[in-house]
Design a binder for this molecule. Structure first.
Ligand SMILES: C[S@@+](CC[C@H](N)C(=O)[O-])C[C@H]1O[C@@H](n2cnc3c(N)ncnc32)[C@H](O)[C@@H]1O
Length: 277
């Protein structure tokens, strides 16, 4: 019997939370119930930037799988960049974005992950490459949004009151002026060794910063929600989700990377929890 994207018999094997599955993410997705995940945050392999044992990367199938398994109101944060080949950018990131749109997701926001300390490289007649995209794809309107905010300097708050010409009395009620605002959608992080304190994580060649994962997970989910990473790598998403009191699931095709993630997570998980299957 067919249930849309997945066959009924595939759903018989239950999925455990707080577990990394050593397998192709398509297999893990196949075993999930529909509308299961509050959020996915991940960075896919792209443009053969790194060798992942020659694995073929079917983005359309993965996008369709994620759409089926994401709850209405859930989001996918897809962190991806482009390679420059013979002076020409691949725009793989845009291809991925269109694949997610075709699968049914909305492009809720195109955020930027800016690198404070990008790896020095000779970029010829172009500026130094220092960012990746963080696409926020959503299934309908996002249900949860806990924005990161920053304080507004008091003088600025007063200025905006003058512009609205609300009168002297209102100026006296400065507590009415907003004290903070949402941050911009460009998030900056240190990369390399300052992006995690876990030395073992750097045995993986392409980790994203822990703070990036924490910022995104705390924005789009609440405590107890379920977060998935279909390309778990060194376990950054699992660690961030765990620290924030979210449940999590990961897929990672390389047993060696699962070993790294497992070792990295061990000090953070309780003895009852098992990180890898
Ligand atoms: C860019 S890395 C992710 C790194 C991760 N964000 C971290 O902080 O450690 C991509 C990972 O996807 C894994 N991978 C590639 N294809 C996969 C697939 N189909 N299913 C599961 N994992 C896959 C690779 O082995 C690699 O570890």
């Amino acid at each position: 019997m067919e249930t849309g994207f997945w066959r009924f018999e595939d759903l018989t094997e239950m999925i455990k939370t707080n577990t990394i599955y050593t397998e192709n993410c398509l297999e893990t997705l196949r075993r999930m119930e529909d509308e299961f995940l509050h959020m996915t945050i991940t960075s896919p392999p792209y443009d053969d930037l790194r060798e992942y044992n020659g694995y073929h990367f079917p983005v359309e199938e993965i996008a369709a799988g994620l759409f089926a398994k994401t709850r209405t109101g859930g989001v996918v944060i897809w962190v991806v960049g482009d390679r420059t080949v013979n002076g020409d950018e691949t725009l793989t990131s845009f291809r991925h974005a269109f694949a997610f749109k075709d699968a049914g997701f909305r492009v809720h926001d195109t955020m930027i992950y800016a690198k404070n300390n990008p790896i020095p490289s000779d970029c010829g007649k172009r500026y130094r490459q220092c960012f990746e995209y963080m696409f926020c794809f959503s299934k309908g309107q996002p249900e949860t949004f806990n924005p990161i905010t920053q304080p507004i300097k008091q003088e600025k708050a007063f200025k905006s009151f003058r512009i609205t010409k609300v009168g002297r009395n209102d100026l006296a009620h400065d507590h009415l002026a907003p004290k903070e605002r949402k941050v911009n959608n460009i998030f900056s992080y240190n990369v390399g060794t300052s992006s995690s304190r876990d030395k073992i994580a750097f045995e993986h060649p392409a980790i994203f910063p822990e703070q990036l994962a924490e910022d995104q997970i705390s924005t789009w989910t609440n405590e107890g929600d379920l977060v998935y990473d279909c390309f778990m790598g060194s376990g950054t998403t699992a660690k961030a989700a765990h620290r924030l009191g979210r449940r999590w699931i990961g897929s990672e095709i390389s047993a060696d990377y699962v070993r790294i993630a497992n070792e990295r997570l061990r000090p953070y998980l309780s003895s009852r929890e098992e990180a890898a299957v």
